[in-house]
Design a protein around this ligand. Structure first.
Ligand SMILES: Cc1ncc(COP(=O)(O)O)c(C=O)c1O
Length: 363
């Protein structure tokens, strides 16, 4: 049996008919920047996330950077602001802080994500926080409550958690002061190219972010700010509208797969996250932790099972962040040494699941 990690072509074939219609709509509209499709997607995604504003962007990295630039412009973050973030994240979170002219202050994670404990060591020396819903799991409500009590603005890198719902029924995108989404094709809500969005209930922040994303302009010939060009293509907005309609069903399927892994995997060499992993999670990635990672991945590859790693080298140890290379975060470094991502997507069949679980149990 051949089981790909993520069969992007097949996942997108589900939308062939709707996408052809979307393409025709955009083609016939004559509007290839902005226009109805972008406005409708922003409105529909705002409704879905339960926020009053969505500002679409060219990608997720820009969404994060623009949130920080807008907050600086509004005087809510100083020049060179120190921004606390989890060491265990994709490098984009770190890069956004650097691109906004600010300083990343990484802290270790508790199991997988930021906890109040992690925040405590640095909270007094930072100006703001970026939480990251890594693997699709929402950062706990207590982290937001702690940030609020400490009067520090908290933003969220929601690039992996589209649709995840917390204990009080609120969706990813409405829990922080502003959240950044990526619509990179492999995401739970993925486009057929790059795309991103900022969600926020703060209308001033949304207004300035929209201005920054569009050359810093107020109108066609007036530019009060040194902005950037980062806009969601209308064709991608039209494709995303099709995909948003089944995001909840897709996420439910991912959670069911994750539940089966938890119920049926019994190999002591393959460590699972704690059972709490399944709560408030869109399960973008299903991680396991294996000390002999390369050997385990080779074994599965020989059985036709493709796996992935999120991620092999943490941002603070990358050459791009040489100034952070001396820092040490034991839990983060353990995760980066041992993590293996198993196939977990809405088209995975029961038979394929059984095959993967059998292969892992006999490892
Ligand atoms: C956690 C995280 N943050 C930010 C990004 C950046 O998104 P994009 O690739 O759309 O710029 C990604 C995705 O690649 C991500 O996984």
């Amino acid at each position: 049996m051949k089981i790909p990690y993520l069969p992007l072509r097949e996942l997108n074939e589900r939308f062939t008919v709707q996408d052809e219609q979307a393409f025709k709509r955009v083609h016939a509209s004559g509007r290839f920047i902005g226009g109805d499709e972008v406005q409708l997607f922003e409105k529909e995604f705002a409704g879905y996330c339960g926020v009053s504003n969505v500002v679409s962007t060219g990608n997720g990295l820009d969404a994060l950077t623009i949130i920080l630039l807008a907050e600086k412009q509004l005087g809510n973050l100083p020049e060179n602001a120190k921004i606390l973030l989890p060491a265990h994240t994709y490098i984009a979170t770190f890069l956004s802080i650097a691109h906004a002219g600010m300083q990343p202050v990484p802290v270790d994670v508790t199991e997988l994500l930021l906890s109040v404990e992690n925040l405590k060591s640095q909270i007094d020396r930072v100006d703001g926080i970026i939480a990251v819903d890594l693997y699709g799991k929402l950062v706990g409500d207590e982290v937001y409550a702690f940030a609020k009590a400490q009067q520090k603005p908290i933003y969220c890198d929601s690039a992996q958690s589209h649709g995840a719902i917390n204990a009080s029924g609120h969706r990813s995108g409405c829990l922080a002061k502003a959240s950044a989404f990526s619509f990179y094709p492999t995401k739970n809500l993925g486009a057929l190219g790059d795309g991103g969005a900022i969600t926020t209930n703060d209308s001033e922040l949304a207004r300035v972010a929209r201005q920054i994303a569009n050359y810093g302009r107020e109108n066609r010939f007036k530019n009060p700010l040194k902005g950037v060009n980062s806009r969601l293509d209308p064709i991608q907005a039209a494709f995303l509208r099709n995909r948003l309609l089944i995001l909840d069903a897709d996420n439910a399927h991912r959670v069911a797969i994750a539940q089966r892994y938890f119920n049926e995997m019994t190999n002591d060499h393959v460590r699972l996250a704690s059972a709490d992993f399944l709560a408030h999670n869109a399960v973008h990635v299903f991680p396991v932790f294996v000390l002999d990672r390369a050997h385990f991945q080779d074994y599965l590859a020989q059985k036709g099972i493709e796996t992935n790693v999120h991620y092999p080298l943490p941002p603070h140890l990358q050459e791009a962040f040489q100034e952070l290379n001396d820092l040490s975060f034991p839990q983060t470094e353990y995760l980066h040494k041992t993590e293996v991502s198993l196939p977990c997507h809405p088209l995975l069949s029961d038979a394929e699941m059984s095959y993967i679980i059998n292969a892992i149990n006999s490892y």
